[in-house]
Design a protein around this ligand. Sequence first.
Ligand SMILES: NC(=O)c1ccc[n+]([C@@H]2O[C@H](COP(=O)([O-])OP(=O)(O)OC[C@H]3O[C@@H](n4cnc5c(N)ncnc54)[C@H](O)[C@@H]3O)[C@@H](O)[C@H]2O)c1
Length: 262
Amino acid sequence: MTRFEGKTVVVTGGARGMGAAHSRGFVAEGARVVIADVLDAEGEELAGELGEAALYRHLDVTDEQQWAEVVRAATAAFSAPTVLVNNAGIGGSGTLVEDKTLADWRKLLAVNLDGVFLGTRAVIPGMKAAGGGAIVNISSFAGLIGTPNAADYTTSKFAVRGFTKAVAMEVAPYGIRVNSVHPGYIRTPILGPLGDEVVHGKVALDRMAGPEEVTRMVLFVASDDASYSTGAEFVIDGGWSAGSTVGIGQTNAQYYQQNSES
Ligand SMILES: NC(=O)c1ccc[n+]([C@@H]2O[C@H](COP(=O)([O-])OP(=O)(O)OC[C@H]3O[C@@H](n4cnc5c(N)ncnc54)[C@H](O)[C@@H]3O)[C@@H](O)[C@H]2O)c1
């Protein structure tokens, strides 16, 4: 497929994890991709692997100036970006809310939320001039349901979901679509050594996913195949947010018996 032939795409946090998978996926479908990250060595290496269709640029998503430079570099090398994937993100401190520091709270919101705002603001003028575009904001299942020890991360991802809907209304008249994607547990460096055991018995599909499964959804949402979707939530979480796994594979009688014995 060549759904992105002639299009310029910016992927933040594109140097590793899901962002790297998305960058590879866009290039495979004809796009020219600017990989934007703070991990310069990984970003340069990936851009080298992808060849002339890719460019690495250092970008701290919390920095307004650097955003202007990334859009300028993308436009000079390729053309004004008409696809932006706001993927860069960091995890929280994993502590109870009363143990979180204001500094950590602000740092997380700066990357996960301010970064999405700044990126969106930076690309909209070029998308308007081009007659349209697509912005894909990476939220999380934590942007749909509450998660203990993650009030900071949860807040950032709920906010990204709301921001997405508000901006989608504003830019719809210009042919720009804005949607959020909500992954569940995906095998990437952000999770450290965690494996399938973290979801075993707790999520309907009973496994984590690989980054490329999310890439397929991100590319769909960014492409004209999703031409009638804006302000929408695309969930890819193995059923985590759909409901409890309690009672799966058992009748109620079996479940009650098992739980009255224990
Ligand atoms: N892995 C999961 O289970 C999971 C689940 C739901 C949502 N997410 C979200 O998916 C996105 C991608 O995460 P991932 O799992 O690939 O993790 P990851 O840690 O592998 O990738 C995150 C990328 O963002 C970059 N980044 C961090 N701070 C940055 C900054 N200030 N400026 C620019 N880049 C920065 C990192 O360098 C890294 O390359 C994140 O927004 C994350 O919150 C991940």
